[in-house]
Design a protein. Structure first.
Length: 163
């Protein structure tokens, strides 16, 4: 399925992921939270990100299986995981737990390429969008993670659009 030049590993570069573009399969993105995982999906041309789902994250193996099922269902060719960097570009406090999640996911599903994308202020931006749309606080809580995942994926898509 993947080009022979792509080394399937846990931290593929943007260039590695770009080799998959010719496959015309979407990308799946994750906004990993302690309680919920927001999920977004790109179109097959890698131009537009759309909100897909929110998974209640209680146990790693259950969440990983749901993510794998979504990858299979939508024929996604790679996973983009938001990495919470500090404003100065250094790693934020949750970076290690996110990398641990990715490492464990890669052990279970080694054929799925993974890359990380800076998710600075994605939740803040998502909340701003929802507030401007006059979404109630209760409703915001249920959708903010998938909106943040969409924001992360759209940032990634916009960046690779210039490459």
């Amino acid at each position: 399925m993947y080009p022979k030049t792509l080394l399937i590993n846990m931290e593929n570069s943007i260039q590695d992921i770009l080799t998959l573009r010719t496959m015309k399969h979407p990308l799946l993105a994750l906004d990993l939270g302690a309680k919920r995982i927001g999920i977004a999906l790109s179109d097959r041309t890698w131009v537009i990100a759309s909100s897909l789902d929110v998974i209640e994250h209680k146990k790693f193996t259950l969440s990983a299986a749901k993510i794998s099922n979504l990858i299979t269902e939508h024929k996604a060719c790679a996973l983009v995981i938001g990495l919470p960097k500090n404003m100065d570009g250094s790693n934020g406090p949750r970076v290690q737990s996110i990398k641990d999640f990715a490492r464990n996911f890669h052990k279970l599903y080694p054929d799925i390429p993974i890359t990380f994308w800076d998710e600075r202020l994605s939740t803040v931006a998502a909340e701003g969008i929802l507030i401007n749309a006059d979404v109630t606080r209760k409703k915001r809580k249920t959708v903010i993670d998938k909106i943040a995942a969409t924001y992360i994926l759209q940032g990634f898509l916009d960046r690779i659009g210039y490459m």
